[in-house]
Ligand binder design. Structure first.
Ligand SMILES: Nc1ncnc2c1ncn2[C@@H]1O[C@H](COP(=O)(O)OP(=O)(O)OP(=O)(O)O)[C@@H](O)[C@H]1O
Ligand SMILES: [Zn+2]
Length: 462
């Protein structure tokens, strides 16, 4: 038995993972706010979550994976002020908030596919779960954790002694240093559960509620939807590192207030992709790259996956074109090697065991890649290498089995010779057919007769 050990942000320790209800693992990953395209920084987090999910599957668990789509209530400032990102995005695009939500959700799913990220078991949209969010807020209200201001219903964080534990927040320091205008908020860490629609401006997305017409705050959707699909205490909750101090801290507060649990048994966070040293890739800064940008530069999206595999998820990673180039070349080498090994035999048990050890060591993908290259260079028979790498790829997700060398462009004169040889064969002029085959070979090509007709390709080393 090789235990699966994961770094849990809640306890700040490496802990052995065991599902609460084996063999199923409940996993919730905070999804995109669909007001714009995802950038490759966002996608680094989704790749890390995909690796985690594949490692769970590799360990023989089944995974019920829930991902939300935030299509309402995520304001431009974490302090619950500013405009709704969706409404601002809609205005920018000259479309409705509903239209851009639909469009960017589809684009996001396309990106996941291109990166060979496994689809969640359940997708859930915030706007499809307004009633669940209202019910959740009512529960928090009944437990005595809310207050009303002129612009919404707020969570009173001072009433929850454990508030801020996940982010190790210095609540007193924050309180003392709160110079920014808190509006009617009682404490700097209090946050909106429900916001009222502004009186002077009609919102595109708004609903009736026991407190007045408005929309849910950003954090409540994750508590409400995870409880609906996974229960109030489930196995693993993930997101990017920025979620530790605000979004996930507030999700925990809501669930703790209503159900008395800390929401998830394990909290895992992926670290940022940076454009330059110390600069997070972000939509708001306007400096970001999309999967599409990489494709335009001639890269296969899976080269970016390979680039991410070479780093530990718990460390920031600097994006460079040179780095991506190196990853693309490695991917090419690996694909060609895999392709040329022919049919798979039986995997090598020693390599499989080593692989399990490194991936179960808190998803150590750089070591998994080192082991992969070690396998490639080993003296094992090709069919063993092939079967072993095929097994590794269940976690690496490089889709090696479906890769084919790009179609070669065969010059017209060679195609003409192939045609003449076909003719000769049909007319049983075997000697002519042989001469033509030799001519084709002399030009550096080889022709193979298959049930579908002749196939021609450039000879290796030519
Ligand atoms: N540079 C980054 N590197 C890795 N993960 C990131 C980065 N920026 C955001 N994320 C993560 O991407 C996921 C999707 O976030 P979301 O769609 O809400 O983007 P966002 O936070 O609005 O992005 P931005 O900060 O660029 O405006 C979250 O889990 C978030 O933590
Ligand atoms: Zn969330």
């Amino acid at each position: 038995m090789t235990p699966l050990v994961l770094y849990d942000t809640y306890t700040r320790t490496l802990r052995e993972f065991q599902p609460l209800n084996p063999p199923e693992v409940g996993m919730y990953t905070c999804g995109p706010t669909v007001y714009d395209y995802a950038h490759i920084g966002n996608l680094r987090t989704y790749i890390f979550e995909d690796i985690l999910k594949r490692v769970l599957l590799y360990n023989g668990f089944s995974v019920k994976h829930v991902m939300n789509i935030t299509d309402v209530g995520h304001l431009t400032s974490d302090a619950d002020t500013g405009e709704d990102k969706m409404e601002a995005g809609a205005r920018r695009a000259g479309k409705t908030a509903w239209e851009i939500a639909e469009y960017y959700t589809e684009e996001f799913r396309k990106d996941l596919k291109r990166l060979n990220i496994l689809e969640p078991t359940i997708w859930c949209r915030a706007t499809d779960h307004i009633q669940e969010q209202i019910d959740f807020i009512r529960c928090i209200e009944e437990m005595g954790y809310t207050y009303r201001t002129s612009d919404g219903i707020y969570f009173d964080t001072s009433k929850l002694p454990s508030y801020g534990y996940l982010g190790r927040l210095d609540i007193e320091g924050l309180q003392a240093g709160a110079r920014i205008d808190m509006g009617e908020k009682r404490h700097p860490t209090d946050f909106a559960l429900w916001k009222f629609s502004p009186k002077d401006q009609k919102r595109q997305m708004e609903w009736d509620s026991p407190w007045g017409v408005g929309f849910p705050g950003w954090h409540i959707e994750c508590s409400a939807m995870s409880a609906k699909y996974l229960g109030p205490f489930f196995d693993i909750h993930c997101g990017g590192e920025d979620h530790i101090t605000v979004h996930h801290t507030n999700e925990i507060a809501q669930t703790e207030a209503c159900y008395g649990t800390r929401l998830a048994n394990f909290w895992l966070h992926g670290y940022f992709l940076q454009l330059d040293e110390g600069v997070k890739m972000s939509k708001s800064s306007g400096k970001f790259l999309r999967v599409e940008s990489l494709i335009e530069e001639g890269y296969d999206p899976l080269a970016y996956r390979m680039f991410c595999l070479n780093a530990i998820y718990r460390q920031k990673l600097n994006f460079t074109w040179d780095g991506l180039d190196g990853a693309a070349k490695s991917l090419d080498r690996l694909r060609n090697a895999f392709y040329e090994w022919g049919a798979p035999g039986e995997p090598d048990p020693a390599y499989l065991q080593k692989f399990l050890e490194v991936i179960n060591d808190d998803l150590n993908m750089p070591r998994a890649m080192a082991l992969t290259w070690d396998l490639v260079r080993s003296d094992l028979p090709n069919e063993v290498k092939k079967a072993t790498l095929l097994d590794f790829d269940r976690v690496l997700g490089l889709d090696l089995a479906n890769w084919q060398p790009p179609e070669e462009v065969i010059p017209d004169e060679i195609l003409r010779l192939v045609e003449l040889r076909q003719q000769a064969r049909a007319e049983k002029r075997w000697q002519d057919a042989d001469t033509l085959r030799n001519q084709i070979a002399a030009a550096g090509y080889e022709v193979m007769d298959t049930p579908q007709g002749p196939k021609v390709k450039r000879r290796r080393g030519s």
